[in-house]
Design a protein around this ligand. Structure first.
Ligand code: F6R
Length: 611
């Protein structure tokens, strides 16, 4: 959701900013723009994709070694050239780009209108630009100090970069609620909403915290609190490299990420699952294990796919460790004034580590004085830094907007947490623990087998691509898988899909079933299997077309279902790790066949940094 890149150094900024913006495309956006200092401030911006901005720059090139670029995901005002960032003020002498939402922009705008300011766009960002201009005119302060002064009066979330011709040898950046980091090079510095735009130049980064701003020059940077006090910052080294964020020969990031799940899960278990010793080691939880194992209740908060992983986590933790678990949409959590008491632990799950609602749940937990833990993929992200402790997924960067390998890695980590707690609490026998550790360790290889069904799934996708609706059903642990399968299909192929617990079908959705309605059953031979078969019969009786995911060698469904996709047998508890994979492939192929933009589905953003 909105991307930021900034550069100051010896290189030409134009190409660097455009290639940085391409790397940020995965976040989801609908217009793009750059501003480059070249004696005066040159702005180029365009509705649509970065390619269109690049074409504009080709027609009207700009030289210059200081600049900033932005991809905008519309919040205030339609995606148009005018609403695209950067926005300028002081007769074009300064420009600003902004991620987030200025909540009190209406009252600021009213004051500025009364003073005679006019606005070209409908954005809150242009209001901020004129507000900074007004502060500078009223106070005579330097540009960075005017930005600081203005921001102290702004409510809402922002990550901003500003460049003024007062001093074109510095970028002014600030963060409050929207991620921003600096890339530290030799005689050059970068700014990014994440590190992907500059990772080919430097892996040394400085994370800004909420309420901090920085003045960035070629040869250094000064960080301070927006309220004034200087802050000294640590330089971190990133683990991910460029290769990991490129497509590596695959047509789409989503397919690459589906296919790399075996390695992602191996990494999520490396050094942690010790099947031979019958132990689990989660370094990130070491200091809080005691508190966690004696928790009265674990409240899992997350959004979207991560919330589905949380539902699987609920089953696993309750089944193995016998600790009550509740799973909450992070976006609802704080608004209903949740009761958090001593003995509660809040566990948030987030691939990006930047989801605004999930971050708010962390802060709510900390405010209530309860332990806040994170299961996060993006190292150094805000949630990773603000939680008391946690476990990284180590799944590698996930670029495709539709989450795939992060989901399976999240479930893998939650399974490890569940087994670790079970061992500590004595709710699992040594033998069962060993069996489950063996089963978990075997999952990556089994996913390799599932990925071999790709051709069969393409054939099914060819039929399914014409559907307008689809139903996904499962029970027990496979219910969250049904939800996840439906979410994957709707978000990238725009086919309306619903996930339901299979038995709930009779209470409503059965009315939708006819021969045009594909019904996907996740029907592995676990405790609820017989009941699920009855549900399949009910669909077949109404001429619904059934696609079933089941265990290898199960012939029961051959007569009933139009298509049967087999996955290897694992421990019941880990079935979601296998059954979700065909559903990811199915939605991928359907979306490709429908000509959809798989990696950047319409209206969606990879990192949802607004509430
Ligand atoms: C769906 C998807 C989203 C995310 C959700 C939470 O494929 O990717 O539903 O799961 O926006 O994002 P994170 O996990 O980054 O907090």
């Amino acid at each position: 959701m909105c991307g930021i890149v900034g550069y100051i150094g010896p290189r030409q900024a134009g190409d660097l900013l455009v290639s940085g913006l391409r790397r940020l495309e995965y976040r989801g956006y609908d217009s793009a723009g750059v501003a480059i200092a070249n004696g005066e401030l040159e702005v180029r911006k365009k509705e649509g994709k970065v390619d269109e901005l690049a074409a504009l720059l080709e027609n009207r090139p700009v030289e210059g070694t200081v600049g900033m670029g932005h991809t905008r995901w519309a919040t205030h005002g339609a995606p148009t050239d005018t609403n695209a960032h950067p926005h300028t003020a002081t007769h074009g002498r300064f420009a600003i780009i902004h991620n987030g939402i200025i909540e009190n922009y209406v009252s600021i705008k009213r004051r500025l209108l009364e003073k005679g300011y006019t606005f070209d766009s409908e954005t809150d960002t242009e209001v901020l630009a004129h507000f900074i201009e007004d502060v500078q005119e009223e106070t005579g302060l330097s540009f960075p100090e005017s930005v600081r002064q203005a921001l102290t009066q702004v409510e809402g979330a922002y990550g901003i970069v500003a460049l003024s011709m007062d001093n074109p040898d510095e970028l002014v950046v600030a963060r409050n609620g929207s991620p921003l980091l600096l890339g530290v090079g030799e005689g050059e510095h970068f700014v990014g909403s994440d590190a992907s735009p500059f990772i080919e130049f430097t892996r040394h980064v400085v994370y800004l915290n909420d309420g901090e701003m920085a003045v960035v020059r070629r040869d250094g940077y000064d960080v301070s609190e927006i309220n004034g006090a200087p802050v000294s910052k640590e330089v971190h080294e990133l683990e991910w490299d460029l290769e990991e964020i490129e497509k590596g020969g695959f047509e789409h990031f989503m397919l690459k990420e589906i296919m790399e799940q075996p390695e992602a899960l191996e990494n999520a278990m490396r050094g942690r699952v010790r099947a031979d010793e019958g132990t689990i080691k989660l370094g990130g939880l070491e200091y809080v294990t005691k508190e966690l194992e004696s928790a009265d209740r674990i409240v899992i908060c997350a959004c979207g796919t991560s919330w589905h992983a949380g539902l699987v986590g609920e089953y696993l933790i309750e089944r193995f460790a016998r600790i009550p678990v509740e799973v909450e949409y992070a976006s609802e959590f704080r608004y209903r004034d949740p009761v958090l008491t001593e003995g509660d632990v809040v566990l948030v799950i987030s691939q990006s580590g930047e989801t605004a609602d999930t971050l708010a749940a962390v802060r709510q937990a900390k405010q209530a004085g309860v332990l806040a833990l994170g299961v996060v993929n993006a190292v150094g992200s805000t949630i990773a830094r603000e939680t008391d402790a946690g476990v990284y997924l180590h799944a590698g960067p996930e670029i495709g907007v539709a989450s795939t390998k992060a989901f399976t890695a999240q479930v893998t980590v939650l399974a490890q947490i569940a087994l670790l707690l079970a061992q500590k609490r004595g709710t699992i026998s040594d033998e069962s623990l060993r069996q489950h550790l063996d089963a978990l360790a075997a999952i990556p290889e089994q996913i390799r087998t599932v990925l071999e069904t790709d051709e069969q799934i393409q054939a099914i996708a060819r039929e399914m691509r014409l559907a307008q609706n689809a139903l996904y059903l499962g029970r027990g642990l496979n219910f969250p898988v049904a939800l996840e399968g439906a979410l994957k299909l709707k978000e990238i192929s725009y086919i309306h899909a619903e996930g339901y617990p299979a038995a709930e079908m009779k209470h409503g959705p059965i009315a939708l079933i006819d021969r045009f309605m594909p019904v996907v059953f996740v029907a592995t031979r676990d405790a609820t299997y017989e009941k699920v078969v009855s549900n399949i019969e009910e669909v077949v009786a109404r001429q619904g077309s059934v696609i079933a995911i089941t265990d290898a060698g199960n012939r029961d469904l051959d007569e009933l279902a139009e298509h049967v996709i087999e996955v290897p047998k694992t421990a019941d508890a880990f079935e979601p790790l296998l059954t979700v994979v065909p559903l990811q492939l199915l939605s991928y192929h359907v979306a490709v066949m429908r000509g959809c933009n798989v990696d950047q589905p319409r209206n969606l953003a990879k990192s949802v940094t607004v509430e």
